[in-house]
Design a protein around this ligand. Structure first.
Ligand code: ADP
Length: 600
């Protein structure tokens, strides 16, 4: 089940990976350089105003009150009000800017990842589990979102405030600062412990949320099966267990914060007490002024609040860093069937030459061995053979969804690896057994094959294969939404959409995976008619599940045990009296009609 990864190495970054991730992120932020600079300027202004307040108070007390200088007091008060106003504006701007930069960054990242996912080839999808890929876009992007929404601003401005406060306090009286900091070792120890405990709790919570979500998803998707077998209570109990775990993880994280936060609070109060006590004593001895002690007390709060917040943010930052690293890793995944430099466009027509081709899926056994096959222009070849023999694999190699492990596939004499992807996709189109329908109307779904096609062109494609009337029967014709109120299209209609897509793409080579199951008789005729029209004038490779299809083809190839065992016309192969002839005999000896190919 996806998102159930648990707490693993991948959730943490080592220094090297962190550096790399930050560098990549900085690169992606380059278009926002100006905004970043302005935002940082606002952070600096806000930090300065936060520190300027106590300075003005000191001035007001030492000059205005103790020296009885009314002018100095007025200046301090007016200055304070001005500083507060500037602080307000700077704070507002930094919130807006940092959020805007963060959200823009996320938007860019989502688009980039999605685009890359769409371009990654089949071998990638064979290797990776769909759930893991989806979790990159959901839980990893979410954890970055969390950082952008809750913490990025605090992290940046609190970090700066902490550092600058220490410097300023040291400059005013390093002796007093040193004594005030006796609590620091405790704060550090407590923070380290908090880090460690809360880290685990935080990951547990995220894990729990992931599990709950996927259980929910499964529960809803599988509700029919659950009800059919009366398993409602069992499923609910399972959900309850997961939910209980999530509750426990939440409570653990709350408990950890509940001891840590007061410790820091207390340290802050103790430090203030030290500042008042020691500072007051030094005022008596004349080493410090009252204003300076007040300044200290006011500024010390700048230390403890950021420590508290930074500790809490640390988990979010770490998690977001790990997520970002994983997303960059995904973006770095090379496309397995890349386009060569200097690739050429495939000509409009061409024969297909499969030469000495062997193939194995990543980490798998050889599926095809030493296949040679020549398909002349506009010829139709039917591939037949038992399930799992390698027919679809051979078809996929011809469409270059994969590259052969050995040997070459050529179109018009050009190795497919030397062809531009665009021209290849224009020339060779695969019509899968079950086409996928996207949300949208029938018209939009057909247009998928060629984004720039006008409505008229799409309609012409429907006409070309004679299916327009079939769709006109639907309530809103070709403007019918395919996903509304459940899937309204029947299996046959879905297939018609697939065929119409191919017609719109108008390829020279068509790779067809014939449906294994029969359709309702009414649609069956329309589909067969559409298929026949679509095939006209094109080179066709059809993975045939019916011998009637094989019978009508120009060439029949029998694939078995990863080899092309027989190749010839239907008549030749019958004549030969081997595998194909045996299959044919079974068929014609049977009940008759368009039988499915028997599996051995
Ligand atoms: P056919 O189309 O003749 O039924 P396939 O070409 O689909 O056969 O499959 C041939 C073999 O390759 C089978 O053993 C199948 O399990 C394996 N196979 C098919 N697709 C994949 C894939 N994406 N990853 C790994 N193995 C695969």
């Amino acid at each position: 089940m996806w998102m159930q990864g648990g707490v693993d190495e991948e959730d943490r970054l080592d220094a090297e990976a962190a550096k790399h991730t930050i560098r990549r992120a900085a690169q992606m932020l380059r278009p926002y350089r100006r905004q970043v600079l302005v935002a940082l300027a606002m952070v600096v202004i806000w930090t300065s105003t936060t520190l300027a307040g106590p300075f003005l108070v000191r001035h007001g007390i030492d000059q205005g009150i103790k020296q009885d200088d009314a002018g100095a007091l007025d200046a301090a008060v007016v200055g304070y009000v001005l500083v507060a106003m500037v602080s307000y504006v700077a704070y507002r701007l930094q919130v807006l800017l940092i959020s805007r930069i963060g959200e823009s960054f996320l938007r860019d990242l989502r688009i980039r990842v999605f685009r890359h996912l769409q371009r990654l080839s089949m071998p990638f999808y064979d290797r990776e589990k769909a759930g893991v890929i989806v979790s990159r876009m959901t839980s990893d992007v979410d954890s970055l979102q969390e950082l952008v929404q809750m913490g990025l601003l605090m992290f940046v401005s609190n970090g700066l405030l902490l550092v600058v406060s220490v410097v300023v306090l040291a400059a005013v009286s390093w002796q007093l600062l040193l004594l005030c900091l006796v609590c620091v070792p405790f704060v550090v120890l407590a923070s380290i412990k908090f880090q460690r405990d809360s880290n685990r709790a935080y990951l547990d919570v995220r894990d729990g949320i992931g599990n709950t979500l996927s259980q929910l998803q499964e529960g809803i998707a599988g509700v029919r099966v659950v009800q059919a077998f009366g398993r409602e209570d069992v499923e609910a109990a399972r959900f309850q267990t997961g939910n209980r775990r999530l509750f426990d993880a939440h409570m653990r994280s709350v408990r950890i914060s509940a001891w840590y936060l007061p410790v820091i609070e207390l340290s802050g109060l103790l430090t203030t007490a030290i500042a008042v006590g020691l500072g007051g004593w030094w005022v008596h001895t004349g080493a410090l002024t009252i204003g300076t002690v007040t300044f200290f007390v006011l500024t010390l709060s700048n230390l403890f609040e950021p420590i508290q917040q930074l500790s809490q943010l640390f988990n979010i930052v770490q998690s977001a860093g790990a997520s970002l690293n994983k997303l960059f890793g995904l973006l770095d995944t090379p496309i397995d069937v890349p386009e060569r430099r200097g690739a050429v466009d495939l000509p409009e027509r061409g024969d297909i030459e499969v030469e000495g081709v062997s193939f194995a899926y990543v980490g798998g056994e050889p599926v095809l061995t030493d296949v040679d096959l020549h398909i002349p222009v506009a010829a139709r070849i039917a591939l037949v053979g038992p399930t799992g023999a390698g027919k679809s694999t051979l078809a996929k190699l011809i469409a270059r969804l994969y590259d052969p492990t050995e040997g070459t596939v050529r179109y018009a004499g050009i190795d497919l690896r030397d062809a531009t992807q665009r021209s290849l996709r224009e020339r060779v189109v695969v019509v899968p057994q079950e086409g996928f329908l996207f949300n949208g109307t029938i018209l939009e779904n057909v247009r998928l094959a060629r984004a720039d096609a006008t409505d008229d062109e799409v309609l012409a494609a429907l006409d070309a294969i004679g299916v327009r009337e079939r769709f006109d029967l639907l309530p809103e014709g070709v403007h019918t939404e395919v996903r509304e109120r459940g899937s309204r299209l029947s299996a046959g209609e879905k297939q018609l959409v697939s065929l119409a897509r191919a017609a719109l793409a108008d390829p020279a080579v068509l790779v067809l995976d014939e449906a294994t199951s029969s359709l309702d008789p009414g649609t069956e005729v329309v589909v067969e008619e559409a298929m026949a029209r679509l095939m006209e004038g094109r080179t066709v490779i059809v993975i045939a599940h019916r011998l009637s299809t094989a019978e009508r083809a120009d060439l029949v190839g029998v694939v078995a045990d990863g080899r092309l065992q027989e190749l010839g016309t239907h008549a030749e192969l019958i004549e030969r009296g081997e595998r194909y002839a045996a299959l044919f005999a079974t068929w014609s000896g049977g009940i008759g009609g368009p039988e499915l190919l028997p599996s051995p």
